[in-house]
Design a protein around this ligand. Sequence first.
Ligand SMILES: NC(=O)c1ccc[n+]([C@@H]2O[C@H](COP(=O)([O-])OP(=O)(O)OC[C@H]3O[C@@H](n4cnc5c(N)ncnc54)[C@H](OP(=O)(O)O)[C@@H]3O)[C@@H](O)[C@H]2O)c1
Length: 249
Amino acid sequence: MDDWINKVDAAAIFGASGGIGRAMVEHFVQGGVRRIYAGSRSGNCGSFESDTAPAVKEFAFDLTNEESIRLAVAYMQGDPPDLIIVATGQLSTDDGKAPERSYRKLDAETMEQIFRVNAIGPAIIAKHALPLFTRDRRCVFAALSARVGSISDNQLGGWHSYRASKAALNMMLRNFAIELRRTHPQAVIASLHPGTVDTALSEPFQGNVPERQLFSSAHSAERLIDVLDGLTPADSGGFFGWDGEPIAY
Ligand SMILES: NC(=O)c1ccc[n+]([C@@H]2O[C@H](COP(=O)([O-])OP(=O)(O)OC[C@H]3O[C@@H](n4cnc5c(N)ncnc54)[C@H](OP(=O)(O)O)[C@@H]3O)[C@@H](O)[C@H]2O)c1
């Protein structure tokens, strides 16, 4: 277990019902983080390994509903987190629309839904949650992005709305990092690529992924937390892979 976990006082995971989000909660539980806020749409993620311990506090929120995000953050106000991870995201829509392979398939409503979940929702979480950070200590805000959101790395195309929404997310986080630099010199804000991970999100698209390149959620969560451990305020606003390597925007 890394040193930083011992110093994290309270952590909040938005998306604790997801594959990677849930594994992050478990990792923090095992690391003995004193308070872990675990958020999901239902507000009930089933049992965590720690259910016997009082560390995990569940909360409900929906990325498409700002008031639910405001209330979720208000719930943390008395005992605020110094680490916030947004582990939500959508590749196919809730009603089963697969990512577009051609511009001919674009549909404004679907695009709006993907942008709302992948870019707007996390930005609204930042709007309400960043004021929880104290100015005089290390605080970290990270969101799960995806390497395919890199514009300069895009050689394959396709998945138009997903890629574009992740590029927008990356831009938002970079902007917030710049804004916070002045008031919160120890803050770190980062976009993270978790690798290709065996979760519900990737399941329909795993066909061509060699087995050794498909991570378990637990492995990805551990690597990402390690990456966050190593980031300094000078890295704030960056985009990093599960291996800690910076990814070009
Ligand atoms: N898996 C991969 O290979 C991979 C690769 C690159 C990037 N990523 C990124 O990693 C992140 C986590 O993905 P995952 O693989 O862990 O996916 P997952 O298992 O499908 O989890 C997705 C999470 O997003 C939540 N969510 C979706 N819509 C929401 C909404 N409107 N309000 C609140 N929560 C909502 C889901 O909540 P519900 O349980 O309520 O649906 C769930 O907790 C995503 O941002 C994804 O783009 C994943």
